[in-house]
Write a protein that binds this ligand. Structure first.
Ligand SMILES: *Cc1c(COP(=O)(O)O)cnc(C)c1O
Length: 497
């Protein structure tokens, strides 16, 4: 299996190279040159298989330069009973006769990013070994919340890798900050930056682009890599749970073999929903993907008009992990949908840079519309979905999942399509407890986040996630901070350059 650039500007590489490079050095993203095809029988015969076995089976199709042993030990290290205590790993909850919730947040940090970030470090370490990269790999992360903690937990104590996370002092919640600061491990560093998320992200981007620094890292046997969702090693693990959800429905006799179902995905960077699309292309029987957005509805508009237009204000919402205007994985999706035409990708992304928008061709647009529908939820609608889901089903959802649930119900009433549908649940409700409690009570609550968590626990049947329980009294292990212009200096200090 080879991987190619969406921009046609790089040689084809194997998976170890694609994963260790993260993105194409000249710009562009790596995609599989060919998608492995499975027939229905090959899929359904696995309906009783464990998550780990299913994962190893799918990984082998894509990581053909890895040995069976290498894949199996990475899977074992990632999806064990400590990091994912639920036997199912991604339990499926039935809300009503045709609506199911796929809980993707049973990993250590209570967000779905664990599904990929628990295994990426092992894939990356193994790739580096294969390519005989002797350097220690330094993962730099700029985070507005969820990714930082998930990456820290994933990379903690992985050999040959160091991880340094920068977060904006004023831009994360107290719980998110505490989650990061209490991370153990010999190879983790957490630095608060005096500024907002943009300052943080720009500082890290500058570091990545700094040629002189790169040279000095090399001399000290270090090299940078990235853990964000443009890395193929983060996308691949997400394909697995689409198969798992389908097979669970089959196992529970909720569907017939071959029956097409719908998936609704609360979307930000388009990584999660794209993984679902790859599962479909491999042969999973899917009817429609419903792409759910919040008030930052660039994707909803795109799926309605074929025009991707970021000329608009960025809105802060109660589903912050979906507050995104440029969905980086959309580039991969468009490349898959336009028949691997890198000329068009270059043209469109050039336009995005100069005009902040582009329009795709009619043929590609028609093809996309056959499989995808875009819906969005306002803040008020998301809050109502939290309350109604609790009232009607005695089931607590977080604001991201609420956008998914609301979008699904909108899609159903507009299309009349009553196919069985799975909603990806991307965070545990306790991770966003303020918005959840305020939605249930229909009013603003002025308490400290930890008191809100307690109240939510008393009020509902939902158990607090273990990753958040006791957090308030845990010892903080990281005290580093720096100013907006001090990122490079801080890095030099932490790495002894
Ligand atoms: C990252 C994230 C999303 C968005 O997922 P993408 O793969 O970026 O589309 C949705 N919900 C939660 C809770 C997240 O952390």
């Amino acid at each position: 299996m080879e991987y190619m650039s969406t921009r046609g500007n790089y040689k084809q590489v194997n998976s170890a190279e694609a994963i260790s490079l993260g993105m194409v050095p000249e710009g562009g993203l790596f995609v599989p040159a060919e998608i492995p095809k499975l027939n229905l029988e090959e899929i359904t015969v696995r309906k009783n298989e464990s998550y780990q076995k299913l994962a190893a089976w799918i990984f082998k199709k894509y990581l053909t330069d890895f040995s069976e042993d290498e894949i199996e030990s990475a899977v074992k290290a990632a999806y064990n009973d400590q990091s994912f205590p639920e036997a199912e790993k991604t339990p499926l909850v039935k809300l009503d006769q045709n609506t199911y919730i796929l809980e993707l947040w049973h990993g250590p940090t209570a967000a779905f990013k664990d599904m990929a970030l628990q295994i990426l470090p092992h894939l990356l370490a193994e790739s580096a070994k294969k390519l005989q990269i002797g350097n220690e790999i330094v993962i730099l992360v700029a985070t507005s919340g969820d990714t930082g903690k998930a990456a820290l937990e994933g990379f903690k104590d992985v050999e040959g890798v160091k991880i340094i996370v920068f977060y904006p002092e004023a831009g994360v919640s107290r719980v998110q900050e505490d989650q990061m600061k209490t991370t153990g491990g010999k190879n983790t560093e957490v630095v608060s930056l005096k500024g907002n998320f943009d300052d943080c992200q720009n500082a890290v981007k500058e570091i990545f682009a700094d040629k002189e620094l790169k040279q000095r890292l090399q001399e000290n046997n270090y090299q940078f890599s990235s853990a964000n969702s443009i890395n193929w090693g983060r996308l691949l693990p997400q394909i697995v749970y689409y198969f798992k959800a389908y097979l669970k429905l089959l196992q529970d006799k909720e569907i017939e073999a071959g029956e097409k179902i719908n998936f609704t995905v609360p979307t930000g960077n388009f990584g999660n929903i794209l993984a679902g699309y790859y599962a479909y292309r491999m042969g999973l029987p899917v009817n429609k993907f419903i792409c759910a957005s919040n008030d930052n509805k660039v994707l909803t508009d795109f799926l309605e008009t074929g025009i991707y237009d970021i000329n608009r204000d960025f809105k802060k919402t109660i589903s912050p992990s979906m507050d995104i205007l440029i969905s980086s994985n959309l580039e991969r999706f468009l490349f898959e949908m336009n028949g691997h035409d890198s000329g068009k990708i270059n043209e469109w992304y050039q336009k995005l840079q100069t005009n902040k928008k582009f329009k795709i061709d009619g043929q590609t647009f028609t093809k996309i519309r056959e499989m995808f529908s875009g819906k969005f939820s306002s803040e008020d609608e998301a809050r109502k979905a939290i309350k109604k889901t609790y009232q009607n089903y005695n089931y607590l959802i977080d604001p991201h999942t609420a956008v998914g649930v609301d979008s699904l119900f909108k899609y159903r009433s507009e299309s009349g399509d009553e196919s069985k549908a799975v909603v990806d649940s991307t965070a545990n409700p306790y991770k966003f407890s303020r918005a959840v409690l305020e939605s249930l009570k229909d009013k603003e609550i002025k308490k400290d986040e930890y008191r809100i968590i307690e109240e939510l626990e008393e009020m509902t049947a939902a158990k607090i996630h273990r990753g958040l329980a006791g957090l308030e009294n845990m010892e903080s292990k990281h005290q580093e901070s720096c100013g907006q212009d001090g990122v490079k200096e801080k890095l030099e200090e932490l790495l002894n350059l």
